[in-house]
Structure formats: C-alpha cells, structure tokens
Design a protein around this ligand. Structure first.
Ligand SMILES: [Zn+2]
Length: 273
C-alpha cells in the first residue's frame, strides 16, 4: 500500500490529503479482504473438542491490516480457552506456595457432600465477592478445607498460600539475619492470604505473636484471608487467641466441616493421577 501518514510539519491541506489517501487505502483493503474472506469457511471446528468457532471479522480486519497480509481470525474454542486458563492459574498456584497434591483444586471442582460443605462453598464465594474479611474453615481432617482455600486463591489470582508450619520455619530462619526474609510483611500485605493448618505448637510464644501481627495487619487493611484448622471448640479459640476470635466474629465467617475424610478417595486420584 502506497500511503503516507500525516507528519507534524505538513500543512493543513497536505495533512488532509494524506488522511484521505489513508482512508481510501483502508477502504480498498477492507473490500478486498471481505471478498477474499467470503470464499473461506465462516466457521471452523476445534480439532480437540469439535466446537464451532465462528470467524471474527473485527480481529480478522485488524490482524490483516497490521500484518499487511490477509489473515483469518476465528473465535477461540471456549473449552480450549478454559483449559488454558486452568493451566496458567495452576502454574501461578505452584509459585504461590500451593503443594503439588492440591494444585488441581478449584471452587468449581469442590463437591458438596453435606450441608456444611455447601455453606462453606457459599461463604467462599461471598468472600471472593466482597474481597475483604476472614473465612475460618475448621474441623475434621480431609474434609475439603484446603481444597476450598486453594480454590479461592485460584479465583483471587494474586495472593499467597502458606501453612502454619512453613510460616514459623520461615520466621525462625530469618532470626538474627539482618537482611532476612520479611515473612510477616509478605503475609500481612499480600492481596489474599491462605494460612493453612493452624494448629497447636506447644510452648511456642512467637507463634501466637506472629499470627496476631499478620492477622491484625490484614484486618486493618481489610485484606481477605482464609484460615484452616483441624482444631475446633476451645482448642481452636485458645490457639487463635481471644483477640483474633473477636476479629473473626466481627468481620468474618466460620464454617465447621465434619464428616468422612476425603483422603482415601484423594489417595486413589493421587496414585492414579
Ligand atoms: Zn477446543
């Protein structure tokens, strides 16, 4: 195409002339592309899923004009797109600290076997919608608490997953180091935090302070946070501390999950997967 783009030192008249040339060239290009595309299939099928993918004229025109070459652009296959999105978010979850055996988890794949499961899932979506406050999931081992927490992190995108033990280890390994990792700062400021498996550590005074400091900072900054714990009742309240329990009452939801452990089924999928 022999077109020139108007320059700053052009006179108004020559600028207009060049603009007109450009418009004409674009109109010709568009007509030629349309005639060429009319002979091509208006739909193609996804080779993997058989989904019908329609021609996207706007993108076809844009791509062809930019590349100076006729190119057809079809709508993406929604199923391929979903798989791709899942793969990308799974890679992100790995970087965010989610263990390998929980990387498959999403809110969509969470199966509600009891009413409490449904309540927990509803609260998870609620937290995702309001983007602030706490959600405490507690109760028996293997009832899907971590699954929900990972599913939420997948939805939030930005955030961090850390177990209570990892948090303590990373804090303690930074003791005495002038430029050690600021794990408290990291956990306090991340847009979404999962603190997994809050449990009792006998005689550890730094643990309670650490949790208190992180959760208070997140409470003040109104950042969404999920806590999971296998404890319940008095043991849970004592472990979390009275002030955090108060905060949870004020700005959070708590759901107790009881019932048969999912672990035997998970073991199968782990070994077969
Ligand atoms: Zn597909």
């Amino acid at each position: 195409m022999e077109t020139t783009i108007p320059q700053a030192n052009d006179t108004a008249e020559s600028s207009l002339r060049r603009l007109e040339q450009l418009q004409n060239a674009f109109a010709t290009f568009q007509n030629e592309l349309r005639a060429w595309a009319a002979a091509k299939p208006p739909f193609i099928e996804c080779e993997l899923h058989g989904t019908r993918r329609a021609l996207n004229w706007t993108h076809t025109l844009r791509r062809s004009w930019t590349d100076h070459q006729f190119k057809l652009v079809y709508e993406p296959c929604p199923k391929c797109h979903a798989v791709q999105t899942h793969v990308v978010s799974t890679q992100r979850l790995r970087r965010q600290g989610v263990p390998e055996n929980m990387l498959h988890c999403s809110l969509a794949s969470f199966v509600c076997r009891t009413e409490a499961h449904q309540t927990a899932l509803d609260h998870a979506w609620k937290l995702h919608k309001r983007k602030k406050g706490f959600l405490l999931l507690y109760g028996d081992r293997g009832t899907g608490k971590t699954h929900l927490a990972v599913g939420l992190l997948r939805e939030f995108g930005e955030g961090l997953f850390i177990t209570n033990d990892q948090l303590l280890n990373r804090l303690r390994s930074s003791y005495g180091q002038r430029h050690g990792e600021d794990i408290v700062g990291l956990c306090s400021e991340t847009p979404f935090l999962v603190l997994d498996d809050v449990g009792v550590v006998a005689g550890a005074t730094d643990e309670m302070l650490l949790r208190h400091s992180i959760l208070t900072a997140r409470y003040r900054a109104k950042l969404p946070t999920v806590l999971t714990s296998n404890l319940s009742g008095k043991a849970l309240e004592e472990t979390l501390g009275a002030r955090i329990v108060d905060r949870l009452r004020e700005c959070g939801d708590r759901v107790e999950l009881r019932g048969q452990s999912e672990r035997p089924r998970m073991r199968q999928s782990y070994l077969n997967g």
